[in-house]
Design a protein around this ligand. Structure first.
Ligand code: ADP
Length: 376
């Protein structure tokens, strides 16, 4: 059976209704008539007829009765999703069918509607929710495709970049065929620009990797004082180069443990401390402290005495590739470190924030869960 019913309103939905109960079909139609929704409905009594219609047309949503005369509702659901994994399917259930509804949701249905609770308002809300859900799913798919593309592109770029850097280095260091002073200066430019480009490629690769593997953190108990010691020894050479003092106010708190991914927390602290050094002033300092906030959370603070960040720039601070004007300074960077840091800390169920005063310095703080063994 096939009936095409038209409603003329501003926005138009194309709906597929598969339900063998005549009374239910006409109530569905009546409720739609009473709502503000403009739509075209194709209605079928048999599951396989409805499925054929689905393959031949594009529908915004399928309303599917669970009990059909020819085929099980779940089977039709599976067939439709095999054709279009993003199809919006609402299962229509009878009284007391909540278990079946839950099963349908697990199998990929977007929503369920108890037939006895159907009203024009409920139908409108259901369609609006589906639309929002679909938009979100599409955005997620685009994002995944973008991360995939960036990750592949970065991989492909690394090989020729390595060759450029390798050969430039060979030319620069060759004792057999030494370069003239002018050529040596040009090769140095190639090496500097090449290394900067390689940093960018690696950062993009890292960011797309994090975006793709959202669950890939291994949470463990981390001794904050030990980690800070490691980080300070790693950044020691640049602190000397920039004439900035490193002050460790955490080392006396050996008993404080955070819950997080050690390697990634180290990476975040390295980024924050290096920034504190790079955007500082000669004879300035970077100080690390830790606060126990309550029995569940602690906060690691990275304070610097540097240039600070103007209020109007703060909204872009964690955006990728935005260097907030530092691209016009001598300080090297890619503008992606803070984006990666924020994502990593959020993967560890924490958060990152900043307090800053232009000309006086900044405080970046990381809020993280405490390790259970150390909660008092
Ligand atoms: P990068 O340092 O590679 O440019 P980041 O993502 O780490 O990238 O930082 C983004 C921008 O935020 C920097 O370019 C800089 O302008 C600003 N910034 C970061 N940390 C500080 C800081 N401690 N003090 C002042 N400005 C900072």
């Amino acid at each position: 059976m096939n009936s095409i019913l038209q409603q003329n309103q501003e926005k138009s939905y194309k709906l597929l209704l598969i339900d063998d109960d005549k009374v239910d079909r006409s109530s569905f139609q009546r409720f739609l008539n009473k709502s503000d929704i403009s739509c075209e409905i194709q209605a079928y009594s048999y599951g396989l007829e409805g499925f054929d219609a689905f393959k031949e047309n594009q529908f915004d949503c399928v309303f599917l009765d669970y009990n059909l005369p020819d085929i099980d509702g779940l089977e039709i659901l599976g067939k439709i999703l095999a054709v279009d994994p993003l199809a919006s399917i609402v299962i229509m259930t009878g009284e007391g069918d909540e278990f079946l509804a839950a099963q349908a949701i697990k199998s990929g249905a977007s929503d369920y509607l108890p037939k006895d609770a159907l009203t024009p308002v409920v139908l409108v809300q259901c369609l609006q929710n589906l639309e929002m859900r679909k938009a979100k799913e599409e955005a997620e798919q685009h994002n995944k495709a973008k991360s995939e593309f960036l990750s592949r592109m970065s991989h492909e770029l690394r090989t020729p970049m390595n060759a450029i850097l390798g050969f430039a280095q060979l030319m620069s260091e060759s004792e057999k065929d030494p370069l003239s002073e002018a050529h040596q200066a040009r090769v140095s430019q190639i090496l500097n620009a090449g290394r900067h480009l390689m940093d960018l490629i690696n950062d993009v690769l890292e960011l797309s990797r994090i975006e793709k593997e959202e669950d890939d953190v291994s949470i463990e108990s981390i001794c904050v004082a030990e980690l800070v010691e490691e980080v300070f020894s790693m950044v020691h050479p640049i602190s000397e180069e920039f004439h900035v003092d490193l002050i460790d106010n955490i080392s006396s708190h050996k008993g404080i443990y955070a819950l997080g991914d050690k390697m990634r927390l180290r990476q975040v602290l390295l980024n924050l401390v290096s920034n504190g050094i790079k955007y500082n002033c000669p004879k300035g300092s970077v100080t690390l402290t830790v606060d126990i906030l309550d029995e569940k959370y602690l906060r690691i603070n990275v304070n610097d005495t540097g240039i600070g960040i103007a209020n109007e720039k703060l909204a872009s601070l964690f955006k990728p590739f935005d260097r907030l004007g530092a691209e016009y300074s001598e300080v090297e960077g890619t503008g992606i470190g803070l984006t990666i840091s924020k994502k990593l800390i959020e993967l560890m169920n924490g958060s990152i924030g900043v307090k800053t005063f232009v000309g006086k310095g900044s405080e970046f703080h990381i809020l993280l869960p405490r390790a259970p063994s150390c909660q008092t």
